[in-house]
Design a protein around this ligand. Structure first.
Ligand code: HMG
Ligand code: MG
Length: 309
């Protein structure tokens, strides 16, 4: 009998608890036309903190010419009210970024590379191997300071310049990052082209090569409406860490066609329905998104938010 026949539906075994890693103040804001004043960015992070999120990526220490929206991230870090149960990572592209982060009291950073050469060149002006060499001194300096390092692999399911990306290309860069070593790897669907089949394929390729599920996080952009389906596929693979952006804002200025991240509210709504614990208050995230919408002057694209607006 097939599982979908009457009375034979099997519920898959899913993780009981999931970490929601909020990227709104970084990935969300970097793609907005307008640069928000520091005090607004601080209040946004503080409101997100009130929701009990375990991790909030509060900004990036990149070139202000490349991403003007996130200039003054040191000021944001200086002013936010940090809660003991929340981590506040920041994106750093090089040693200079790391030193800025350390000076601002950051205790967790993320380096970022990609599974495709052309996107990486547009984004950080380095090929994949070159970027790994750039990260080597970043990781050793971070270790000295006991700073946790996450590694992002962008364009893991497709590249805006090269098109299809193979799971083997993802596997290669993941191992290069693990060898540095980084503590966690976020696999990114930068332009939102992934479907559950691609998620199974990439995760299976990683597991087959010895990568353990505990080091993996998934980062979906909901450009084509497959974000939650992709999370569900990831849950079926046992992955228990997901990036999301409050309100569903976001995208990468160097990835043409990239639209919003998977909305934190949409993710929380589905996880709550699945009885998966997150420790995060959905209404409080909605409040943070409403506050941000007021400051930006437009409504973010998240679906849950639209339903309760
Ligand atoms: P470059 O041109 O190769 O580097 O840029 P450079 O060393 O020649 O420096 C160029 C300029 O940047 C110089 O200034 C440096 O001083 C300055 P100028 O002399 O022209 O006035 N600079 C810095 N300024 C502040 N902080 C620094 C820093 N480093 C250099 N740390 C670089 C290389 C990486 C710096 C540049 O390309 C850059 O900043 N790129 C940022 C790209 C970015 O932030 N993209 C978005 C985030 S990635 C993403 O969204 C994907 C993700 O969400 C996952 C997913 O969705 O897949 C993570
Ligand atoms: Mg992203």
């Amino acid at each position: 009998m097939e599982p979908w026949e009457e009375h034979a539906i099997k519920r898959p075994h899913l993780p009981e608890r999931v970490t929601v890693y909020e990227v709104g103040p970084r990935d969300g804001l970097q793609n907005e036309k307008e640069s928000l004043p520091v005090e607004v960015r601080v209040e946004y992070v503080d409101r997100l903190t009130e929701s009990g999120l375990p991790a909030i990526e509060a900004g990036s220490f990149v070139s202000a010419k490349a991403v003007p929206q996130l200039a003054d991230t040191e000021e944001v870090f200086r002013r936010i009210h940090r809660a003991s149960g929340t981590r506040y990572p920041a994106l750093v592209p090089n040693v200079r970024g790391l030193e800025r982060a350390i000076a601002a009291g950051v205790r967790e950073v993320a380096v970022f590379t990609a599974a495709s050469e052309t996107f990486n060149r547009h984004n950080i002006n380095a090929g994949v191997d070159e970027s790994i060499e750039r990260f080597r001194p970043v990781v050793s300096r971070a270790r000295e300071e006991k700073i946790r390092v996450r590694g992002y692999v962008s364009t893991a399911f497709g590249c805006p310049y090269e098109g299809t990306v193979s799971p083997e290309a993802v596997r290669e860069v993941v191992h290069k990052l693990l060898d540095l070593p980084v503590d966690e790897i976020s696999i990114g669907d930068t332009i939102g082209v992934a479907t559950p089949a691609g998620v199974y394929e990439v995760v299976e390729t990683l597991y087959d090569s010895g990568v353990t599920r505990g080091v993996l996080a998934l980062h979906f952009h909901d450009t084509r409406g497959t974000g939650l389906a992709n999370v569900y596929a990831g849950l079926q693979c046992g992955i228990a860490s997901y990036d999301a952006s409050s309100g569903g804002l976001g995208g990468c200025p160097y990835a043409p066609g990239a639209a919003g991240n998977l909305a934190t509210e949409d993710l929380l709504y589905m996880l709550e329905g699945l009885r998966i614990e997150t420790g995060v208050s959905l209404p409080k995230v909605v409040e943070a998104s409403r506050f941000l919408a007021g400051a930006l002057g437009h409504r973010p694209p998240g679906r849950y938010l639209a339903a309760v607006w």
